[in-house]
Design a protein around this ligand. Sequence first.
Ligand code: CP
Length: 302
Amino acid sequence: MAKSYHLLSVDDLGHSGILGVLDRAEELRLQPPQDMPFLGKVLGLLIFQPSTRTRVGFHAAMVRLGGAAIEVTETKLQQGMGRAESLADTVRSISSYCDGLVLRHSLLDEFRAAIAVSDIPVINGGSGWEQHPTQALIDLYAIRRHFARLEGLRIGIVGDLEGSRAARSLIQALGYFTPRELRLMSPEGRGFPLALLGGFGGTIIEVLQELTVEGLDVLYMAGLPEGLGEARLEETVRERFRLTRRRAERLPPEALVLNPLPRIDEIEPEVDELSIAGYFQQSKEGLFVRCSVLERVLGTSY
Ligand code: CP
């Protein structure tokens, strides 16, 4: 039984809840498409930042479960909007038309205020730089599919670990599964806030300002902010943290390279041809994780 009505972070599931979502996703992957369970609910997709996989993936998952999805992507609270409405008022209105919501928004205060007024379960589809729990579940699913376990692995996470909500949620989720090694690699000033590193007793933690792939089982390429002007890191820095084919070939042959996508420039396209490149399968099989999450949050599990 999950601890929370909403799914706002992986902590709302905990160790057994995370495994429950992954186990169910595996059942759904293995069964014929015509035998998918019937959920028959209406999902509101309130996506107020760019999104392809989360938006389309949850929409497709809801349709496969015999339901329907309504996408609302008009940006609220933008300067120049003729009829700006608070996110909370939007959520309050739409929650009376749907059975559940997926919400993505850049502003944490707005996000939290909207959750507080929702009458129906909300799945966090990405909140500010803080949380992206369903991406973390998709990442764990990909890791377990490859290694048949989550514990005891040597995991490297590289990129803007201060600003990547995908990386943050994955690190939070890995805290339940005691990696053998957690290697956090980021440019200066973009490191993971170490005060948030709880729950890693028994794990060797390394913090590096370079990309060092040797000996890793999993290399998670979280990417660097695309940004423009001063927000964009210099090309010399981006190059140091890019997975080139030459660098990828230094990974053990049974390693797994993951990326939440979209890919900007953090992985050279030449890496796609290598057997260690797992990111498109990760994205593809995310559908079953999203079906499992919808069933759990919108179904009768609560
Ligand atoms: N990984 C992920 O959240 O992708 P989108 O931004 O395309 O939804």
